[in-house]
Design a protein around this ligand. Structure first.
Ligand code: NAI
Ligand code: 15L
Length: 276
């Protein structure tokens, strides 16, 4: 795939799921530079579409609607779904059934590449003293993390069986600024997030790849050397926010599991029942 040139944009039509969310809103501007038409989808309202954007209100759990949603797109950035721990039945619909529906639609309509928003919670039960890379085993810290492991495995299968390429982004904490000391390690600036998506869409022959989404923070838990072919070089750092929190070195001996493990407080969650 090529970078945008004066001759035209590389994609005719890109699909963004989760477009109404925190990261979806950040990405919309960039996608406009990469595709003639950006198809935005969410279950939450999206009512401020620009002329190059087409809005589809779709629940990812609705297979027929997802089929219609995916028809005619060249590539997908899949951010949609539940983004925190939640009752199992809700996670099943949005993150398990929803991601399956999306990949199955991609297979049916010949979509060649998907950028999948996985999460650091797919590996959150590794201790903070370990440095992980793309081959480190999944150790989900929550049922939410389990659904991200499912997405990583599903996308692996759809690549091995059908050749659909995926870059799984194990995103750290992508917000305006870190909200707690842990996020000084896991922080991914919005600018670096957008660059990571750009690299994931435009690098040739990614196959099935796993990459960690963190800025160039002073303390690192994740080594992206094995995803070096993506050319992702974060420009930002949480160092600018270091004054927000007291500095404490990571240690495996801490009593508090929320400090011992990379997933932070997620490791303390309990399976939840859906409130009727
Ligand atoms: P968000 O919660 O702000 O956005 C997710 C969007 O998905 C929401 O707009 C929501 O309405 C939509 N959605 C939920 N269920 C849906 C369904 N059944 N059908 C269609 N749409 C549905 O989350 P955010 O921060 O924008 O994250 C985007 C993605 O990145 C999520 O998949 C999240 O798990 C992942 N991620 C984000 C991180 C972060 O720090 N922001 C860290 C790690 C992963
Ligand atoms: C995630 O996966 C969540 O989507 C986000 O809301 C944060 O909790 C983030 O991980 C994090 O670990 O900080």
């Amino acid at each position: 795939m090529n970078q945008p040139t004066a001759a035209g944009k590389p994609f005719k039509r890109l699909l963004l799921t989760g477009a109404a969310g925190n990261l979806g809103r950040q990405l919309r501007g960039a996608l406009a530079q990469w595709a003639d038409v950006v198809r935005l989808s969410d279950i939450a309202p999206l009512d401020d579409a620009a002329s190059h954007e087409e809005v589809r209100a779709v629940d990812l759990a609705d297979r027929d609607k997802v089929m219609q949603l995916v028809e005619g797109v060249d590539a997908i950035v899949h951010l949609g779904g539940i983004s925190i721990d939640a009752p199992f039945d809700d996670l099943i619909e949005a993150n398990i059934r929803g991601t399956y529906n999306l990949y199955e639609a991609a297979r049916r309509f010949g979509v060649k590449r998907i950028v999948f928003a996985s999460s650091n919670h797919a590996i959150g039960f590794h201790p903070v003293t370990e440095i992980l890379d793309a081959d480190s085993p999944q150790r989900p810290d929550s049922l939410y993390g389990v659904t991200k492991c499912f997405g990583e495995s599903l996308s692996r299968y759809y690549f091995d069986r059908f050749g659909i390429e995926t870059v799984c982004l194990r995103i750290g904490s992508s917000f305006e600024e870190p909200k707690n000391p842990r996020m000084l390690v896991t922080y991914l600036s919005y600018r670096d997030f957008i660059e990571l998506v750009r690299c994931s869409l435009f690098t040739n022959r990614v196959g099935h790849a796993v990459v960690y989404g963190a800025s160039d923070n002073p303390v690192k838990w994740w080594d992206n050397a094995k995803a070096g072919f993506l050319g992702f070089n974060p420009q930002d750092s949480s160092a600018q926010f270091s004054g927000l929190f007291p500095v404490t070195a990571p240690t495996a001996e801490r009593d508090d599991p929320a400090q011992r493990f990379q997933g932070g407080a997620f490791v303390l969650g309990e399976p939840m029942e859906r409130k009727q």
